[in-house]
Design a protein around this ligand. Structure first.
Ligand SMILES: [Zn+2]
Length: 194
């Protein structure tokens, strides 16, 4: 099983460094990443909890720059969004990322937002926090999805368990098998894994 967002392992998973988040971002690190050009950037995004130290305008400016850079260089981006949905949609609609190259991780938004993201070709990532009903609702509005744990711990067993739980939950919610779900995720996020 593949974990599309976590902070624990890059084995069968996309390991996401947090150094482009509003909390940790530095110009120096960003310049360095532009030189290194990793295939995958982020997580990066908007976070209301840090407006007092990094203004919304500055967070949007940084994120726009990251998304434009990714678009121009065919890189992938994982998005982080805390209480900034409308601002995030605004940034995405101005940049217009390439289809299937952006994952909105830990998606907990509405079906309406999911439908807007579908039109933009933005993938939503389902984590442990979504209930089966909510999974059904958002994935019927946006069939571009992947599965994640966002695991930050240090136990391989615990990580594996969490990943299995989310896959099982999504499979049950959609009335499909886990291997069908895996296949769908790989197809959707091919740009991230190949
Ligand atoms: Zn994370």
């Amino acid at each position: 099983m593949f974990d599309f967002h976590n902070h624990f392992t890059d084995k069968s998973a996309i390991l996401c460094p947090a150094d482009l988040l509003p909390k940790y971002y530095t110009e120096q690190r960003w310049e360095e990443l532009k030189r290194l050009m990793p295939k995958h950037l982020g997580e990066a995004g908007l976070d209301k909890r840090f407006f007092n130290t990094v203004s919304l305008e500055e967070q949007k400016r940084r994120l726009t720059e990251i998304l434009v850079f990714a678009k121009e260089n065919s890189l992938c981006v994982t998005l982080h969004c805390v209480q900034c949905t409308s601002h995030m949609l605004e940034v995405l609609s101005s940049v217009k990322p390439r289809f299937g190259t952006v994952i909105w991780h830990g998606f907990t938004g509405s079906a309406e937002t999911a439908a807007i993201l579908y039109k933009m070709g933005v993938i939503i990532s389902v984590g442990p926090r979504l209930s089966p009903d909510k999974i059904k609702e958002v994935l019927s509005a946006n069939s571009l999805f992947v599965v994640e744990t966002d695991y930050e711990g240090s136990s391989e067993i615990e990580h594996k368990q969490r990943l299995e739980d989310v896959y099982n939950k999504v499979a049950a919610a959609l009335g499909k098998s886990v291997s069908e779900i895996e296949e769908m995720c790989f197809e959707t996020a091919a740009a991230f894994t190949t």
